[in-house]
Design a binder for this molecule. Structure first.
Ligand code: BEZ
Length: 274
């Protein structure tokens, strides 16, 4: 039996702060693997960008910017944008890919901006930040009066089939105390309340299912490598059998027409600072 006491997420080693953040939560990612296997993440954000509708000259914070592809698109509309991410790999790759744009390393749960931005934008990042109340407070503080927060994150029940398969596979193999990363996938009322308590006025909040096809040859194993790497690393020589077991459990529900379709759900919000 393997007993792994805690989920050590390499996303949680502390580092030093930059750009007004008191301390940062360093996230460990393989940025080039993310760009290949996770290319669908920025691609699926086109209509979120339309909701943001960045205006020339306005100041935008892209929170959890990853390798900066959406930051680039915001800048291309003429906005002055700062991308912040908790992963030094992501920030390094963003700077390499988009020289001339402003990227900083920082933890979204410890933002220390104060009224610098007319908009805060975030795509597919906030579910990695379990201290959602701290995020909302930092966003509210970062915004100017009448500034807007436009964000999308995983919603309640996101990738539930995969999470349950992982849980059951580990359980059956006697691997205790371990599971999927501690993602934060809230319901609409949960998240609306968090924003409300931070002093943001929720204009829209929408939960929806968005089955997500893993493109090309990327299968569920590749997705697990991308999003559950610390867990897989900790499994050592049992990694391959656990991954195969998870695939086996998920196949009937998530594999069709020659592709994996993950049971993503999204929570999309637009809120304003009064
Ligand atoms: C996402 O990037 O949307 C995501 C990441 C991990 C689990 C589920 C969703």
């Amino acid at each position: 039996m393997i007993f792994i006491k805690t989920y050590h997420c390499t996303e949680c080693a502390h580092g030093r702060s930059l750009l007004g953040m008191s301390s940062i939560t360093e996230q460990s990612w393989n940025a080039s693997h993310y760009d290949r296997a996770g290319a669908f993440v920025p691609k699926l954000a086109a209509d979120l960008l339309e909701l943001l509708a960045p205006q020339p000259g306005e100041q935008v914070l892209d929170l959890g910017c990853g390798t900066g592809d959406l930051t680039r698109q915001i800048a291309d509309r003429g906005a002055l944008v700062v991308g912040v991410d908790a992963s030094s790999e992501m920030v390094g790759e963003a700077r390499r890919k988009h020289p001339g744009l402003d990227f900083s390393l920082g933890d979204g749960q410890e933002l220390r901006f104060d009224g610098e931005f007319t908009a805060v934008f975030s795509n597919a990042a906030l579910h990695w930040m379990p201290r959602a109340d701290a995020v909302a407070e930092g966003v509210a503080r970062a915004l100017r009066s009448r500034g807007r927060f436009v964000a999308e994150l995983g919603g309640a029940r996101c990738v539930q089939t995969v999470r349950h398969a992982l849980r059951d596979e580990l359980l059956e193999r006697g691997i205790e105390g371990y599971g999927a990363p501690p993602w934060f996938f809230p319901t609409v009322p949960q998240y609306a309340r968090i924003l409300d308590e931070a002093g943001l006025f929720v204009r829209t909040a929408l939960w929806f299912e968005r089955p997500t096809r893993l493109e090309g040859s990327a299968g569920l194993a590749t997705w697990l490598e991308l999003f559950c790497l610390p867990l897989l690393q900790a499994l050592g020589d049992r990694r391959a059998e656990v991954v195969a077991g998870v695939e086996r459990r998920c196949r009937a529900q998530l594999y069709r027409d020659g592709s994996w379709w993950l049971d993503y759900t999204r929570l999309r919000v637009e809120a304003v600072k009064p």
